[in-house]
Ligand binder design. Sequence first.
Ligand code: G3P
Ligand code: CA
Length: 245
Amino acid sequence: MARSVPSSPLLCIAHRGGSQLFSENTLAAFTESLALGVDAIELDIWNIGGELLVTHDRRLGKTLPGQGRLIDHHPQQLKELILECGNRLTTLPEVLELVGNQVMLNIELKGPNCVDGVASALESYARDHQAGFDHYVISSFDHRQLYDFKQCLPQVKRGVLVEGVPLDYAACADALEAYSFHPSINFINQELVNDAKVRGLQVWVYTVNEEEDMQWMVELGVDGVFTDFPRRLLAFNHENTIQDR
Ligand code: G3P
Ligand code: CA
């Protein structure tokens, strides 16, 4: 009888919680992604007046009603805003409570000065729930913050975000002793993937929404992708599950 060992081609990471499921970076989107059975959830963090707010944009006007720079607002004022979907902004501690260790959680440090607050939030959650840190990946385009995070909480995995093709490919991940390398689909090529793999890194590509691009990622040997359409990626994985006979 044939032995069937399914192996999903691509780790399914819900980008901003799966922004086509529900408004991005909301508890509703995270809940929906968990229900779908994603492998990981990605979210964006800003430290505004000591509050770790889960949101992406530097300015109001797109996902947040209003105008001006995020950093020029009081956190309480931001937390009282009603988003178009009817929800409010959430905070990192609320997300930690919701997600627990059900899936991997990729916390992107989007704004400046996030290191101490995020490290404290993870430590508090771990202490209060007798939990570990295995399922967290801290990522950022700001490699200085990743370096500082490594000093602060070295046991938490680090993911190195890049846009473009660095001159020395994935070498920037070495000093950070990173777990994963996160390049953009707009600049991905085989040399970049190969260099990251040789360095022992997981390769997670953002943002992969189309089926033909999912297929391309498999051919490049990518490990996981950030997608706004987790349902689509899970279906792709299901159709392309490797059957070992
Ligand atoms: O972490 C991958 C991806 O989220 C980075 O780009 O702009 O969507 O935060 P952005
Ligand atoms: Ca992000």
